[in-house]
Design a binder for this molecule. Structure first.
Ligand code: DGY
Length: 417
């Protein structure tokens, strides 16, 4: 094995260990000092390369924050840290631990299936302990968040793609009246040009205050909807996670008929995300009916969700003509593209991995190409949160857990060895 690969593997392990708080990892010190939901599930994939027991603990800790209604929060505030805003008191979460009041893309069942594959004997009792919790989270999505079979977000942060242009229309419909004064912390850690604008933050915080006022009651938030957008990230990751949960359930000898029915409903629901004019899967405002008209990296999660989607192959080829390092968060031909600003243009290793895994599973050559370009990106530019898709310049937080996990679990030539 070339030394540089061994050194990169070692750096990735050190980053994960450096962000390890014992029973959970943080995405990166300073900018994100708590446990984030989908970051944690991805971290488990990296941990599984060198400490399988710790990978299971990561997932188990995530579910210690699960609410009675099944929701798994997007942030668990295990220990107070004044370097992050909005903290637990702003959210007023109603779960067993201080938490946010919204969720994030449900990739934990898929992560559990991958960790199980690393050691079946050690993993089966751990999956057995997680199964009902995963089922209850997936049920919560099916009960509260479907619109024409696609999954809706009630806050942009739920999609993981915080400031994507996908939400611009729905955000413009919000008047953040009464949001008051607050101090952002993110821009003290990272260049403001790489972060969401104040315009976006006012609306992010207004939605948090509103959810808290409604005691995070899903029925009340549905009756008085302020933001409800059908999202490809949530829809495709949930569909994939349901398939993986069904497979885990069969292995455990559980009745999976409810999960199979959910899969069928979500499969049909993906049709409602097809924007025929754009020739792509897209986000759609459930309140106004407007399309976002965004070819984002989430559009290409269709293969990860197990759809064949032949028309998306062409769309992918057109996007990749303009970039060097994988699938950008927004088509660079889109006038809204901003290659440095978070989810409005940069490329993310984690999205490359999810898209690439889907393509590889479908037997499409683009999957291996995407893996190779992600490996090149990390070899040349390190373990940043995200990167400029044209030249790979690192952006956002540094020493990032999920970028290290993407390297160890997928992009490194030693992954899967
Ligand atoms: C942040 O604080 O930027 C997070 O992305 C919210 O989840």
């Amino acid at each position: 094995m070339p030394d540089r690969i061994a050194l990169l593997d070692q750096s990735a392990r050190e980053i994960i260990r450096g962000n390890d708080k014992g029973t959970y990892t943080i995405p990166t010190a300073g900018l994100y000092p708590y446990q984030w939901n989908w970051d944690s599930a991805i971290a488990a994939l990296g941990l599984a390369r060198f400490d399988i027991d710790r990978a299971w603990t990561e997932l188990e800790t995530l579910f210690t924050g699960q609410w009675d209604n099944g929701m798994v929060p997007h942030i668990l505030f295990h220990e107070q840290d004044d370097g992050y805003f909005p903290g637990p008191e702003v959210w007023g979460g109603i779960g067993p631990l201080p938490s946010s009041g919204i969720t994030q893309p449900p990739v934990a069942a898929t992560a559990a299936k991958c960790v199980l594959e690393a050691d079946r004997d050690a993993g089966l009792p751990r999956v057995d302990g997680l199964f009902d919790k995963l089922l209850s989270w997936h049920r919560w999505f099916m009960r509260w968040r479907l619109n024409h079979g696609a999954v809706c977000a009630t806050h942009p942060w739920e999609t993981g793609r915080d400031n994507a242009p996908d939400w611009d229309g729905a955000m413009a419909a919000i008047d953040p009246i009464g949001v008051g004064e607050y101090t952002r912390r993110d821009t003290s850690h990272v260049d403001a040009a790489m972060r969401p604008t104040k315009y976006d933050y006012d609306r992010f915080i207004w939605l948090v205050q509103r959810g808290k006022r409604l005691s995070w009651d899903e029925q009340a938030m549905l009756d008085d909807a302020a933001f409800r957008v059908m999202d490809p990230t949530l829809t495709f990751t949930l569909l994939r996670a349901q398939r993986d949960l069904a497979s885990l359930g069969r292995e455990l000898g559980r009745d999976v008929s409810e999960i199979e029915a959910a899969i069928a409903e979500l499969e049909t629901g993906t049709d409602s995300l097809w924007n025929a004019t754009l020739g792509s899967f897209d986000s759609r405002d459930a309140l106004s009916g407007d399309w976002a008209n965004s070819i984002s990296n989430a559009s290409f999660l269709c293969w990860y969700a197990g759809l064949e989607a032949p028309a998306m192959r062409d769309t992918l080829a057109k996007v990749l003509e303009h970039v060097e390092f994988g699938v950008p968060s927004l088509d660079p031909r889109d006038p809204r593209s901003d290659c440095k600003r978070y989810w409005r243009g940069p490329v993310w290793g984690v999205m490359n991995m999810l898209i690439g895994t889907g393509l590889q599973e479908m037997g499409m050559t683009e999957g291996n190409e995407l893996r190779a370009s992600t490996a090149r990106l990390i070899e040349q530019h390190g373990f940043s949160e995200y990167f400029d898709p044209r030249d790979g310049e690192p952006a956002g937080g540094q020493s990032f857990t999920w970028t290290a996990a993407v390297w160890l679990g997928w992009a490194s030539p030693t992954a899967g060895a």
